[in-house]
Design a protein around this ligand. Sequence first.
Ligand SMILES: [Zn+2]
Length: 317
Amino acid sequence: MILRKRNKPLPLQKYEALQARLPANSEHHPLIERQIEHATRGYQGELHTDKYLTIPSTRFTILKDVCLVSDKQTFQIDTIVITPNALYIIEVKSLRSNLTFDTNLDQFITGSGNRQSGYNHPITQAKAQKLKLQNWLFEHNQPNIPIHIFIAISDPSTIINVIGDHEKIANTVTHSENIPWKIIEYEKQYTTNQKYQHQKIGHVLLRHCKDFDLDILTEQGILPGQLIPGIRCHHCNHLGMKRVKQSWVCPSCQYNDRMAAIKGIDEYLLLVKPWVTNKEILNYLNIDSRYTVSRLLKKHPRLQYSKRRRRWERIQV
Ligand SMILES: [Zn+2]
């Protein structure tokens, strides 16, 4: 069964919100645009690979978008499949160009002809993830289950070239659609009686999983005060939705969204910090009524008022 689902990555959500809240002439736009493009391509590749994991999900335990901490270091794994025999790490690569693995020189090259470039070797990266996960399982008193790694190439049109040992690469690298069959092939090799409780290991991992996050305002050197205030239209990104009856309406595209202000508070909690005051939301959403802001904060399903700190704090629900 699927124990942990994949959501849109928090950094991607943040970059999208930030893009809409910076002035058109901001110097930050080109870099933010590249980050959005890169993160979107990665996320779509992961979703594409997920489609093929429905077959193993009926028999095995699956966790997507795993983020753990070992020895004060955070590490991420795109997908983990646990069976009674082994644990499989699946790292997804969503590259647009063709790929070449050179086993003689241990190189990984993307592109072709004059447009080639070296990249971090995905197998080396995945091996490092494997080692971190092995340590993590040991630290958490989990059995020493065999771990295998797969690199899933999400774009079916990507051509995988190999220079040198074809078998070595073919054992690990494949297009996403072949992943279930690769797992089944590996599973056939296990004939011993030792079986692992895959659900149990999965639940231990799930309990410790966190959502990978980045403080992108600090990363980009942007202060919260530099963000353009207003309620954002999630249809056209216009800032400044207006209160109409019980809802909010975009003056630019007429989109009507009852939850627009709540989404605006969520955006502040995501982008700036996990707590707010009435005044901060009044300014951030550019609402002129203190009464409306106070009602919105009280109505918000994931906020709790702290009397001691005199602020609204995000709670886990
Ligand atoms: Zn709009």
